[in-house]
Structures are given as C-alpha cells and as structure tokens.
Design a protein around this ligand. Structure first.
Ligand SMILES: [Zn+2]
Length: 162
C-alpha cells in the first residue's frame, strides 16, 4: 500500500495551526504561558513553563533567584538553583523580565517590564512599583560630554514608622 505523501510542513502552515489551536485554547493560562514563551523566542520546555507559572501567575512581582528557588521547592518543582539563575537570565534577555539590582548586590527580577520606578522598604528589602507618571525627573543634571541619559531609575527608600 502506497503511503500517503505528507506535504512538508511550511512555517506558514505551522503558524496557522498554532493560531487555530491558540483560538481554541484562549483563556487557558498554561497555553497562554507557552505562547508567551514562544513569542519571546524561548522554547516552552517543561522547566520554563513551570518557572513561568511561578513567576507570572501572581501579578506583578519582584523576585530574587533564591526566592524563586524557595517557591519552586515548596511547589514541588525540582529545579536546581543554577538552572533558575540561567532561566531568569534567559527570560530577561527575551524581554519577559527586567533585571534590577539594588546597591549592586541584591538582584531582583521584575515581572513588570514597562518603565517604572520603585519604592524600597529598606528593612524588608521589599520593592513596590511607582507608576512612571508619578515621578518628576525634570531637573536632571547634564550628562557628561559624549554621553546621553538613556533612562532614569528612581528608588525611593522607605523606613517604616514605629
Ligand atoms: Zn517593579
């Protein structure tokens, strides 16, 4: 019996197929997460989907790699800390996270990639988003010759009242 000749899959038909599946699964969070990873150019491996789930399913947040590692462990997602570091940097390079370090020491990964500023509660190292519009960065110093200001990141440090 002659085998039916399979047409080689073109990129276009693959995209059309994904689009059709996407329409069917719209609203399924895991499906949307896979699509988000794929759109960012990352293959949605099981580990990336699991980490993406921990990162993006709870609204805007600021996480250290260690914190995410703890969350993964308590959610019974067995991922090594080194893998978490790598994935966080891949997510950042793909534009899904914004890397943010405080005092050059503690590195946070922000799930809100829009440009915004932060309140920092110093005692607990808690970051809170400030919408861009609420910070007036009009009176900035002139940048040194041969440079220009690329962006301004404001951290307003807070102390809790006793
Ligand atoms: Zn933020």
């Amino acid at each position: 019996m002659a085998q039916a000749k399979r047409k080689p899959k073109t990129r276009r038909s693959e995209q059309a197929r994904r689009k059709a599946i996407g329409a069917m699964l719209a609203g399924c969070p895991v499906h949307e997460l896979r699509a988000k990873l794929r759109d960012a150019g990352l293959r949605p491996t099981r580990q990336r989907v699991a980490l993406g789930w921990l990162l993006f399913a709870k609204g805007d947040r600021h996480l250290t790699a260690e914190r995410l590692y703890e969350e993964a462990q308590s959610s019974r997602v067995p991922i090594a800390l080194a893998t978490i570091y790598n994935s966080l940097h891949q997510f950042t390079e793909a534009g899904l996270l914004r890397e943010f370090s405080i005092d050059g020491a503690k590195t946070y990964f922000d799930t809100n990639v829009s440009h915004h500023h932060h309140f920092l509660i110093e005692k607990s190292n808690t970051l809170i988003d400030i919408p861009q519009v609420q910070v007036d960065a009009a009176n900035l110093p002139l940048p040194p010759a041969g440079t220009k200001i690329a962006s301004v990141d404001v951290v307003v440090r807070l102390q809790e009242l006793d």
